[in-house]
Design a protein around this ligand. Structure first.
Ligand SMILES: Nc1nc2c(ncn2[C@@H]2O[C@H](COP(=O)(O)OP(=O)(O)OP(=O)(O)O)[C@@H](O)[C@H]2O)c(=O)[nH]1
Ligand SMILES: [Zn+2]
Length: 345
């Protein structure tokens, strides 16, 4: 362990100079007087960048705002109270005063703060799967566990149904029926044949959704099918210098024409890869709840331990053996049942 050395005078001065420089380089900070602001209005955060956020007003206007210092946490999807600036010559045209209570929050692990919220008020997580890359129930189960952690409803989507042949269809349908029996909703779609797209549009219309799933299952293609105008919009924003860098990394809320919202960002697409504890995995297999605490040993690993209530339930077909096997594989993959995280390594 190295001891912290006292800073020299020169080091202290350089740190101060750097801090002063940072403050000078800060983006435009408008100091609003109370009389320069309109009445508080409700709005939704479309995207947050550092000291600023884009708010959507109830009339659909998009206004770039400052954030009051008292607002401790603000992310895409937050419902806020904000005030419009009466002066319109600034690029920043309002102030966010307060955040309404969140119905849900999606957070990712963070080395400094433990967890960091990245989006709020998501009501539905669409777990996208396909036949190419091969249908993989273990990955779906892992996403289900992560979704259950957030309390946000997951829906399972099988994409690329145009690629299903008779043999693979029977096998996959059988597996998806297991999810239906547990109580999850399953939707079949294809971007290619448009099969199920109308049903999907209906499913999205009353919700704020995110698409998750392994690479190549068709999340981007689905987004393009549902929002053909989005590809164009992203391009225009990226070309508008100064804003482009934000649009590619920061979570942003988009509207579907037919109703409903989508939140997307590279960070959100990493959802499900975040660390899990054995207890979280157990909690994420919702049909195992009845057996919680029923094992003979308190530290039962549910692998081949004597008196394991889950193994007994699997043998009696009270829980599906395929789900039990997947549960056991996920637990084993956590590595010695210790916390594992790519972020905390
Ligand atoms: N046959 C068929 N191919 C599809 C369908 N949907 C998407 N694809 C193809 O699948 C490939 C991967 O699609 P993407 O939309 O890039 O997948 P993604 O999930 O966004 O992948 P990442 O961006 O890596 O996370 C592309 O070549 C698509 O053309 C479909 O319904 N049927
Ligand atoms: Zn057990």
């Amino acid at each position: 362990m190295s001891k912290l050395k006292k800073l020299t005078k020169g080091q202290t001065r350089r740190i101060k100079d750097n801090q002063a420089k940072k403050l000078r380089n800060k983006p435009e900070q408008v100091q609003w007087q109370d009389t320069e602001l309109g009445e508080p209005e409700n709005g939704t955060i479309l995207s947050r960048f550092g000291q600023h956020a884009d708010v959507e007003a109830e009339n659909g206007d998009c206004i770039r705002c400052n954030i009051r210092r008292g607002v401790k946490s603000l992310v895409c999807g937050d419902k806020v109270l904000w005030r419009r600036g009466k002066e319109t010559q600034h690029s920043i045209s309002g102030v966010i005063e307060a955040v309404h209570e969140r119905a849900s929050v999606l957070s990712r692990p963070d080395v400094y703060d433990g967890v960091k919220p990245i989006a709020a008020n998501i009501t539905q997580i669409l777990i996208v799967s396909s036949v190419l890359p091969a249908f993989n129930p273990d990955i779906i189960d892992r996403y289900l566990v992560a979704a259950e952690q957030t309390g946000i409803t997951p829906v399972i989507l099988l994409n690329k149904t145009d690629l299903l042949d008779e043999a693979s269809k029977a096998e996959i349908e059988q597996h998806l029926d297991i999810y239906r029996e547990i109580g999850y909703q399953v939707i079949y779609v294809s971007n290619e044949s448009q099969h199920g797209i109308e049903e999907l549009k209906k499913q999205l219309s009353e919700h704020t959704s995110i698409f998750v799933g392994q690479s190549g299952v068709g999340k981007s293609t689905l987004t393009n099918t549902l929002m053909p105008e989005l590809g164009l919009m992203t391009k225009i924003v990226s070309e508008n210098s100064g804003l482009g860098q934000h649009t590619t990394t920061v979570a942003r809320l988009y509207h579907f024409k037919q109703g409903g919202d989508l939140i997307d960002s590279p960070g959100i697409r990493e959802f499900g890869l975040w660390h899990l504890t054995p207890a979280e995995v157990y909690g994420g297999f919702i049909e195992f709840e009845d057996y919680l605490g029923g094992c003979r040993f308190r530290d039962c690993k549910h692998q081949n331990d004597p008196g394991c209530a889950l193994i007994a339930a699997g043998e009696e077909m009270k829980i599906h053996p395929k789900r039990l096997a997947s549960f056991q594989r996920i637990l084993a993959s956590l590595g010695d049942n210790k916390l594992t995280s790519r972020f905390n390594d």
